[in-house]
Design a protein. Structure first.
Length: 226
């Protein structure tokens, strides 16, 4: 028997969207995907945020459906208090099983405490859980490539050694973004071959596809392919 939130999510169901989206997430069974478009999920998260319904839902882990996990991620993103946000993140991260849910969490509250967050990110990067590591990399990309940037940030990601596709893909995404935002510090990681061959080449591919990087830089990057 479906609960109140499941009933609501099924009322938003779009079967054609479910079939399309399922192809993008090989780690999630199609039977666990309802088919709800992200704008509807975000709107619903705002509607129930800070309610008893949301509180009980976030305690009821693990969830059954992909959209429930995304709703949970969006509810966490709405939390304004750093400590509460971190508490909810720590409870939820072990249950993430796909890249889309992982990448959908970007709480602004985390930006309030860059020093404390960096310590936590260093813990996440050592995790044996793929999406906990990926989330740590994404936090570095979201919060530490602008005013909080330091050379250490690049080294943290470069030092990750993994055979996991979704970790390496996020590392390449991180370095391509870093090329756009911090080129002087980042490009030496490519010219000096400090990254694994796969991450190196994928970084160049993503950087060349970026609208934020000049044609001159792209030309230099093409010559660095390994």
């Amino acid at each position: 028997m479906r609960n109140e939130i499941e009933n609501k999510l099924f009322s938003f169901q779009d079967i054609s969207y479910r079939d399309f989206h399922a192809k993008l997430m090989p780690t999630v069974s199609k039977e666990n995907i309802i088919g709800v478009r992200v704008p509807l999920l975000r709107k619903y998260a705002k509607q129930i945020s800070d309610t008893e319904l949301a509180e009980n839902f976030m305690k009821a882990l693990p969830h059954s459906y992909y959209e429930e996990n995304n709703l949970h991620a969006f509810l966490i993103a709405l939390i304004k208090d750093y400590d509460i946000c971190m508490q909810e993140l720590e409870a939820f991260l072990p249950y993430i099983d796909n890249w889309a849910t992982c990448d959908g969490i970007s709480p602004k509250a985390l930006k309030k405490e860059p020093e404390r967050l960096l310590l936590k990110i260093k813990e996440w990067l050592k995790s044996d859980r793929t999406y906990t590591v990926r989330f740590g990399i994404k936090c570095l990309m979201d919060f530490y490539l602008d005013e909080s940037f330091s050379e250490e940030i690049l080294k943290l990601v470069a030092d990750i050694k993994s055979d996991e596709y979704y970790i390496n893909m996020c590392s390449a995404w991180f370095f391509a973004t870093a090329v756009a935002k911090q080129p002087e510090s980042t490009i030496p990681y490519l010219t000096e071959n400090r990254l694994s061959v796969w991450v190196h080449n994928k970084t160049i591919q993503k950087a060349i596809e970026s609208y934020r990087i000049s044609d001159d830089v792209k030309m230099k990057l093409r010559a660095l392919r390994r």
